[in-house]
Design a protein around this ligand. Structure first.
Ligand SMILES: *[C@@H]1O[C@H](CO)[C@@H](O)[C@H](O)[C@H]1NC(C)=O
Length: 430
């Protein structure tokens, strides 16, 4: 009996150890060290290297634990070092596994920490707050976290971090917990015009909610200009009775039920236009905290390609045009190839094609035409191809036309006419 109990206990610890690990990130503490009023009114920022240890990050069942080492604090606490230690189990940090592998995959992790402060916070709380933004190169997710320092039981041995003037834990770390975070699982998306797209953004807060009132604002920033797309305000415990949504852009929406149930504040844009392109900033405000994420939207509309002729009969030199219509963005390439019956490989057209200027349509898309003069010396059976390359196409588009010999059709009616004439004379002479 007692053996069973021990076995069961062992089993449970190994399972729980299997699912969690510590994540150690090298970050920069950014602060306005030099104060305001430097050259041109800009402010000076100083960057200090710090360590962020996220404890109890949940990992998938197929993570091999041998590769994951728990964080070991320095044996002698050092008040000059800055080590943030945060519980990351509740709320869970989305896509933390991507961070886990960034080092091995040689991806650069951008992690910046800054003090988060306001009059309201100073009046209402003894804790200090920090904002952390985490971004991994080549990974589609990013997050901004708010850390709150935890109370440290002070005794004579308690060290105080020199720079931040905050008490350190016995292992020399600044103990904090994640109380609020805003994240996105897509940094950039692309879609064709008229389509519908979802720009992802979500938030999580600690189990004892910071606040019930949440407000969300989506803005679009493009070529130095900013505009509001949509804002909403709701009461998480009463969305039905207490929600205001203001959609500035037509056909933009946010799912209120998803906001309340999952903290999913994703923006849906329908009937996309070229002018929707740009950087979208999602700001979630919860109590005294405001956090942001950005999502890039690119419009990618593939061209419609056609030739001016669907049949080409050689008589004299003639113009053949290739039309590439209604695409976006502007960059596109048009090339011509000839494949004569005696060749095995298509040859680039020897002469220079003339290009029309780009035409821009009302909807912001572009059209372009390329013209060539087909020489009368071209051999029948030659295949003429126009190839169009564009970012919205997975592979180049090809349209082609076959060169035909002058059609024998035109002689048939002479034969027919002759035949009828002979038949007529035959009848008359009989
Ligand atoms: C929000 O929900 C949409 C589906 O409705 C999903 O595509 C998106 O990934 C979700 N985003 C977040 C941040 O949860």
């Amino acid at each position: 009996m007692s053996i069973r109990v021990i076995l069961l206990g062992f089993f449970l610890t190994s399972v729980s150890a299997d699912g969690i690990t510590d994540l150690v990130l090298s970050c920069a503490l950014v602060d306005e060290g030099g104060g305001h009023g430097g050259m041109g009114g800009g402010s000076m920022f100083s960057r200090t290297p710090v360590t962020l240890v996220l404890r109890d990050v949940a990992v998938g069942p197929d993570e091999s634990l041998e590769l994951l080492t728990p964080f070991v604090a320095p044996s002698v606490p050092d008040p000059d070092l800055i080590i943030f230690e945060a519980q990351a189990s509740s709320p869970e940090i989305p896509n933390a596994e991507a961070l886990l592998h960034a080092d091995c995959n040689d991806q650069e992790v951008m992690c910046e920490i800054s003090l988060y402060s306001s009059q309201e916070l100073r009046d209402s709380s003894d804790s200090a707050y920090f904002m952390v933004s985490i971004n991994v190169e080549g990974v589609e997710s990013s997050a901004t976290l708010i850390l709150q320092t935890l109370a440290v039981e002070k005794d004579q041995a308690t060290l105080v971090q020199n720079r931040l003037d905050l008490p350190l834990s016995s292992s020399g770390t600044l103990l904090t917990k994640v109380i609020f975070l805003v994240f996105s699982d897509t940094k950039s998306v692309s879609a064709p015009v008229k389509a519908e797209i979802v720009l992802s953004c979500g938030f999580k807060q600690q189990d004892a909610p910071l606040a019930q009132e949440v407000s969300v604002e989506w803005r679009l920033q493009h070529r130095g200009k900013g505009q509001k797309v949509l804002d909403m305000k709701t009461q998480l415990d009463d969305v039905e009775g207490n929600t205001e949504i203001h959609a500035v852009r037509r056909d933009s929406s946010i799912d209120v039920a998803q906001v309340a149930n999952e903290g999913n504040v994703s923006l849906t844009l329908d009937k996309l236009k070229v002018s929707d392109e740009g950087t979208y900033i999602c700001t979630v405000s919860l109590g005294p905290f405001h956090c942001q994420q950005t999502v890039q939207l690119q419009i990618q509309q593939p061209p419609q390609v056609s030739l001016s002729k669907d049949k080409l009969v050689v008589k004299s030199a003639q113009t053949l045009s290739c039309h590439s219509n209604k695409y976006y963005p502007l960059d596109s390439q048009m090339e011509w190839f000839f494949l004569s019956p005696s060749d095995t490989e298509p040859q680039p057209f020897a002469e220079r094609a003339s290009l029309s200027s780009h035409r821009q349509h009302f909807d912001g898309t572009y059209s372009l035409s390329s013209h060539i003069t087909v020489p009368p010396t071209i051999s029948p059976g030659t295949k003429i191809t126009c190839r169009v390359t564009h970012a919205a196409l997975d592979s180049p588009l090809h349209v082609h036309v076959m060169v035909e010999s002058p059609e024998p059709e035109s002689y048939w009616w002479i034969f027919g006419f002759l035949f009828i004439t002979i038949l007529f004379f035959y009848q008359v002479m009989r």
